[in-house]
Ligand binder design. Structure first.
Ligand code: BGC
Length: 757
């Protein structure tokens, strides 16, 4: 371990050199502001010395997180916040926004509390701070981890300039139930894709190091299996067998922690009978003992006090004991630790060693963030002003919006339409700036967002775009239909921007019907009846049931909530300046009754062959096929791609070896485009049932017309490991099939055998 001494010597030498060179002392100071410690030994020493001086109440204060009253993101009681911060009874705040406001609260903590321990400010930076990028599920459709990382770098740069030191993200909950509104916040149904994106987000937030002022500390959430809430209803019970928990739900958390996330937020749900806020199996066994996690765990909003309605705590004191013993370090807006923990410790009912571990982890984060060097280093109004909505940030938002859109239907190559086309632009989402942002829109403003209407007028000219809203989201008012139909009649092509309003997904926004709300389907039928080609641009936070919509349109572009640059991105896609390249990160069902439906399911003892529907005594429905409307990984382009010359380096893979698959991807169409080459495997037999296929690799390949490129994927036995009945993870010798293509129905391209040890 490095000693701090050389740094000190260096500092003195530098000051002396500057003084000798005749430079003013202020220059010397500016040049050598005290360095933020990065040496673990120095950090630990600083934390230990602080800890020694703290009273029990001051220690507990560090475990208390309070929200601002005005921007609360959950139910809140009015308290004397200022008094609490001044007395050192609150160590962290959330929802305090902006350089000036964070500085104000930091000043209260520093000027009035005894030990002057700086506050840690956290905030939900979910898909951007001020520059709002596409909703997370849409970002996942880009399969572009580099670009996602860049978007988080920008989010971190903006948020940190506004005083935020800690983002409550990434949200990495695997979700296979589109009824759940929070599916919009995550990366979809797949563990492999979700883990890759989780790591990219952490790298983006923390890029370059937590000692820098332009980074935010990541908080991976919600631990765990929140996406598996029963019936897709938010906050509901979760029953997930441990083998599935470890195989499907936990790896994205592990990936985020391996990428450097030092904080974890627990989930609201109970997991197999124990709410996550009291779940020592999750927090102590898996997170700390198995994964060696050294950071700290924050509750979700009042989730400790919710142990009472969860029926495992009779009162606040018991809730406190359960959460504390389970390993929850910080109480978000719950007031439970603040009220009960001192009494529990004094009476010896809970151990104080645990308290020191929690406080140390929180203080360590504050030291690492440089708050003891300069508590105001993140609250800089000038930097804040300069950081927001930079042209380079908007360019990334635009690119990510383009890449996140998924072309689901394009009959007779109706898209792209020429710039000379006369367009009837219809629908409640055609000109709604707010809806472009989606839920959890941070400090985004509707006025920052460019709608499809504005962008199409820009691209085609006002005389080529006839706009008519047609209808809203509520049923009953069809008075706008006539104008919409009249506009359609005069047009060459109808663009109908339909979907869900932004508040139909996100927290506490679940649905049982996954169709278009209100009279939008009727509007679409009326437009279709004009005989004009109809293009649907869909904005929504989840997979919808699209049978009816597909029947009444020629083309359909899934745009999710595309963010501030949504309009220009869509205009570029519709007119062919850019070819769609997004691929679904989640399966689209034919019917709500198929849910949960996901590509990497197991077979049954009586599998239903896809090509022979409805054989009796098979695993099927009488009324709907087993297959989805659109499979995971699916998405069309304006060009075509072919996969050729697929080669596996060997038919066998030794337990200490590696296998390479190479292939050529060719653009065989007439336009430039990007294919996402997807590699899937299937293990034919194992000691526990094996999924029909599993994603093991993907590459985005950008190709000019007629061009081709080689892709290669390497597989090691570790990539083939799975969780066994005894909960160990290991590969198992046996036969594998390999599939390569542009979606999860990719054809089989080879086989190999993993050899026994
Ligand atoms: C959400 C979290 C969020 C927290 C703070 C909760 O209701 O579940 O995801 O970070 O509020 O806003």
């Amino acid at each position: 371990m490095k000693s701090p001494l050389p740094r000190l010597v260096l500092l003195l030498l530098t000051v002396a050199t500057l003084a000798l060179a005749g430079l003013p002392l202020s220059t010397a100071r500016a040049a050598e502001a005290p360095a933020v410690p990065t040496d673990p030994a120095v950090i630990d020493a600083q934390v230990a010395s602080l800890l020694q001086r703290m009273t029990l109440e001051e220690k507990i204060g560090q475990l208390v997180q309070c929200s601002s009253l005005s921007n609360a993101t959950g139910p809140i009681e009015r308290t004397n916040l200022e008094e609490q911060v001044a007395s050192g009874q609150c160590g962290s705040m959330l929802n305090i926004i902006g350089a000036a406001e964070t500085r104000k609260w930091q000043e209260i903590a520093l000027s009035r509390s005894r030990l002057k321990i700086p506050l840690l400010f956290g905030y939900d930076v979910i898909h951007g701070y001020r520059t709002i990028f596409p909703m997370n599920l849409g970002q996942a459709a880009s399969w572009d981890t580099d670009l996602i990382e860049q978007s988080e770098r920008i989010a971190a740069m903006e948020a940190s300039a506004a005083g935020i030191q800690w983002a409550f993200a990434p949200m990495v909950d695997i979700a296979r139930d589109p009824r759940w509104g929070r599916i919009a916040e995550g990366s979809g149904e797949d563990t492999f894709l979700g883990s890759a994106i989780a790591a990219a987000r952490v790298r983006g937030f923390q890029g370059g190091g937590l000692d820098r002022t332009d980074t935010v500390m990541a908080c991976v959430k919600h631990f765990a299996a929140y996406g598996a809430v029963q019936a897709g209803r938010d906050y509901n019970t979760t029953d997930v067998p441990e083998i599935t928990l470890r195989q499907v739900y936990l790896p994205p958390f592990k990936a985020a922690i391996d990428a450097g996330a030092q904080t974890v937020m627990v989930a609201f749900n109970d997991l197999n009978g124990v709410p996550c806020s009291a779940n020592s199996f999750l927090l102590e066994q898996i997170l700390r003992r198995e994964w060696g996690f050294k950071g700290f765990v924050v509750s979700d909003w009042k989730s400790i006090s919710q142990l009472i309605p969860h029926t495992i705590a009779a009162n606040g004191q018991q809730a406190c004991e359960l959460a504390y013993n389970a390993g929850v370090d910080m109480d978000m807006e719950g007031r439970i630790y603040q009220t009960y923990l001192a009494g529990l410790i004094k009476s010896g009912k809970v151990s104080s060693a645990h308290l020191d571990r929690a406080v140390s982890a929180i203080l360590r984060a504050k030291v690492e963030r440089g708050l003891f060097v300069d508590p105001y280093r993140f609250s800089d109004p000038a930097r804040e002003k300069a950081a927001m909505l930079r042209p380079s940030s908007l360019a990334v938002a635009r690119r990510l919006a383009e890449e996140s859109c998924v072309l689901l239907k394009n009959d007779k190559a109706i898209l792209p339409f020429p710039r000379t086309a006369r367009v009837a632009l219809v629908g409640p989402l055609a000109d709604s700036a707010r809806d472009l942002l989606g839920s959890w829109d941070g400090q985004g403003r509707a006025s920052d967002a460019i709608t499809l209407r504005t962008a199409l007028v820009d691209a085609l000219g006002a005389d080529h775009v006839a706009y008519a809203e047609g209808c809203g989201f509520k049923p009953g008012d069809r008075s706008g239909f006539a104008a919409a139909v009249a506009a359609a009649r005069k047009s060459d092509v109808v663009v109908a921007a339909l979907g869900e309003p932004w508040y139909f997904s996100g927290e506490a926004s679940c649905r049982t019907h996954l169709d278009l709300p209100g009279d939008q389907a009727a509007l679409l039928r009326a437009l279709r009846a004009t005989g004009k080609p109809v293009v649907v641009v869909l904005m929504n936070g989840r997979p919808l049931v699209l049978g009816d919509v597909l029947a009444h349109c020629d083309a359909l572009l899934e745009a999710w909530y595309p963010g501030v640059q949504g309009g220009p991105a869509l205009a570029a896609l519709l007119t062919g300046a850019v070819s769609p390249s997004g691929k679904l990160p989640v399966t689209f069902p034919r019917d709500v009754g198929q849910i949960p439906i996901f590509y990497n399911h197991m077979t049954t003892g009586r599998p239903q062959p896809d090509d022979q529907p409805h054989i009796q005594y098979k695993s099927n429905y009488l009324d709907v096929p087993n297959t989805p409307q659109f499979p995971f990984g699916y998405g069309l382009s304006y060009t075509r791609f072919a996969f050729r010359d697929v080669r596996l380096s060997s038919p066998t893979l030794p337990m200490n070896g590696r296998l390479t698959l190479t292939a050529t991807v060719a653009n065989t169409g007439a336009r430039e485009g990007t294919e996402v080459a997807q590699l899937y495997i299937r293990q034919l037999w194992g000691s526990v049932t094996r999924p029909v296929r599993e994603l093991k690799g993907f590459r985005r390949v950008e190709l000019a017309p007629g061009a081709s490129a080689q892709v290669s994927f390497t597989l090691t036995p570790a990539d083939l490991a799975f969780v066994h009945s005894d909960m160990t993870t290991a590969p198992e010798a046996g036969k594998f099939e390999v599939f390569l293509g542009g979606d999860s129905n990719a054809p089989k391209v080879g086989e190999f055998t993993l050899l026994p040890r």
